[in-house]
Design a protein around this ligand. Structure first.
Ligand SMILES: Nc1ncnc2c1ncn2[C@@H]1O[C@H](COP(=O)(O)OP(=O)(O)OP(=O)(O)O)[C@@H](O)[C@H]1O
Ligand SMILES: [Mg+2]
Length: 265
């Protein structure tokens, strides 16, 4: 085939490539959201099971010890564990109901607290304390609560994995000082930090420094942050990272306030 022939080739091939590219992008999106959903269900099932264990163990204790004090203690523990279990199933049901992924005015502090319910026990197990700085007056954002919940879960799991010997996670929510149209959500950890040469690559699909799933079955595909970026981009928001090796990492997300010019754009 000579140059002339190539030049005179009609457009369809390019259109095909564009269509193919779009198709692959859509497939990739589906895979990412399935991976995130799997992670969510896995985490919730694990937590739910832990709570059932508490209920079973205290029921046994109550049956073995017939004195009032032991029985009161057992029943109180059973009640607490059952209430937490109910909170978890409610969170999952709420997310499943909202499966439409529709964008609506969304209160981010509610998304934060339901994500924390799911990870509370896991964080305690790894000796990670969670601090929150939530400005209750933060306006609602134009978002799919479902998708932002999955972003938060990904960031919190990454933070946990960066602190194998424990540490602190700070979650901060406030209106942006320098932009009236945006809200800022920060997840900061006191973990390993990210090497300077890795920083430009962390949002690339399949970039991972992890060997594979950890003992809780999480991590290592390198799709977590790529999916987060995709979600934030589709919200017309921004996500950026600040990190210092040995000190920690912060992911800073900006999302448009519901009804703002950015949200409508
Ligand atoms: N909070 C963090 N602290 C340190 N490194 C991080 C942090 N978050 C992400 N990274 C780095 O960025 C890489 C990519 O993260 P990403 O979440 O996309 O993939 P992953 O966690 O390796 O796998 P998975 O797809 O299971 O999430 C990680 O492998 C890690 O090297
Ligand atoms: Mg990850």
């Amino acid at each position: 085939m000579d140059d002339m022939e190539l030049q005179s080739k009609p457009q369809p091939e390019i259109t095909d490539l564009v269509a193919q590219n779009q198709y692959l992008k859509n497939e990739m999106k589906k895979m990412q959201s399935m991976a995130a959903l799997g992670e969510l269900t896995g985490t919730a099932t694990h937590e739910f099971n832990n709570m059932l264990m508490t209920v079973i163990n205290y029921a046994k204790l109550g049956l073995r010890n017939r004195d009032d004090a032991s029985r009161d203690k057992a029943l109180t523990k059973i009640l607490e564990a059952s209430e937490r279990a109910a909170q978890i199933t409610n969170t999952i049901l709420a997310q499943a109901k909202n499966r439409s992924e529709s964008f609506e005015p969304t209160q981010l502090n509610e998304i934060i607290s339901s994500s924390l319910v799911l990870l509370e026990r896991e964080m305690r197990k790894y000796r990670i304390s969670i601090e929150t700085q939530i400005d209750e007056t933060t306006p609602k954002v134009h978002a799919s609560g479902n998708q932002i919940g999955r972003v938060l879960l990904n960031l919190l799991i990454n933070a946990r994995q960066a602190m194998p010997h424990g540490g602190t996670i700070l979650i901060r929510l406030c209106a942006c000082r320098d932009d009236d149209n945006m809200v800022e959500l920060t997840v900061r950890d006191s973990g390993s930090g990210i090497e300077r040469e890795s920083l430009p690559k962390i949002f690339d699909p399949y970039f991972s420094t992890k060997d594979g799933p950890d003992e809780s079955g999480k991590g290592g595909t390198g799709l977590g942050l790529a999916a987060c970026k995709e979600v934030i981009d589709s919200h017309r928001g921004r996500i950026r990272v600040e990190s210092t090796v040995g000190v920690g990492t912060a992911f800073i997300i900006r999302l448009p306030i519901a009804g703002s010019a950015q949200a409508a754009a």
